[in-house]
Design a protein around this ligand. Structure first.
Ligand code: 5GP
Length: 214
């Protein structure tokens, strides 16, 4: 007889990808979600206006300052922060539901949000910091993306140095020289972290069964 023990007994994990804007984090997140059916993206709420092509409820839930404040006061956000003069936050309910169902959640949030998640749910958190290969390359990527005004790009470059100073608060650091290589690295981290002993709920029962010859 075999004691049934399925991966559904695994508790989901929270994987954070942070980086200065333009380091490739969003592309890496999209690629990861394409190949990991057990993982979903945490859709943040923001007071920032949508960029061209962004879809409400998909890229972000776009809202106003009053509604954002209400969500904060009602405790509906797991973390929240001011970034580039706009507010961003993570809705609590979908994350808690996913984790309890053994599904992983991916977060594209900044260092402030990562610190708040670490304070609340350290055991569920896996944090990854993505660095650009060079300063020039970061600037080049922001310009080729052509989503922001020159003024905004200059501001993002200024902020990049500050964001990068938080690298040591993360569990893993990836220098994104090549998207394919970084993609493999992110998946390797996810697959290893899923195997952490504390995430394998029901493991001790399974082993007891093995010891009893089941
Ligand atoms: P963007 O405006 O370029 O989409 O995002 C700007 C920054 O805000 C990025 O560094 C992104 O990771 C961060 N961000 C997006 N959503 C959240 C969130 O819910 N919480 C926090 N703390 N940061 C976020």
């Amino acid at each position: 007889m075999f004691t049934e023990w399925t991966p559904l007994c695994r508790r989901g994990l929270m994987m954070v990808l942070s980086s200065p804007s333009g380091a490739g984090k969003t592309t890496l997140a999209r690629r990861l979600l394409e190949v990991e059916p057990e993982m979903s993206l945490s859709v943040s709420v923001t007071t920032r206006p949508p960029r061209e092509g962004e879809v409400d409820g998909c890229d972000y839930t776009f809202t106003d300052n009053v509604t954002f404040d209400l969500m904060v006061n009602r405790g509906e956000l797991l973390e929240h922060a001011k970034v580039f003069n706009n507010y961003y936050g993570t809705p609590r309910a979908p994350v808690e539901q996913a984790l309890s169902e053994g599904r992983d959640v991916l977060f594209d949030i900044d260092w402030q949000g990562t610190q708040q998640l670490a304070e609340q749910t350290r055991d569920d958190l896996v944090s990854v910091f993505i660095l650009p290969p060079s300063w020039n390359e970061l600037e080049r990527r922001l310009f080729t993306r052509a989503q922001d005004s020159h003024e905004e790009i200059a501001h993002r470059m200024e902020k990049a140095a500050d964001e990068m100073s938080h690298w040591a608060e993360y569990d893993y650091v990836i220098v994104n020289r090549d998207l394919d290589e970084s993609d493999v690295a992110v998946r390797a981290i996810l697959h290893s972290e899923r195997l952490r002993r504390r995430r394998q709920v029901g493991l001790s029962e399974f082993i007891k069964g093995l010891q009893q010859g089941l």
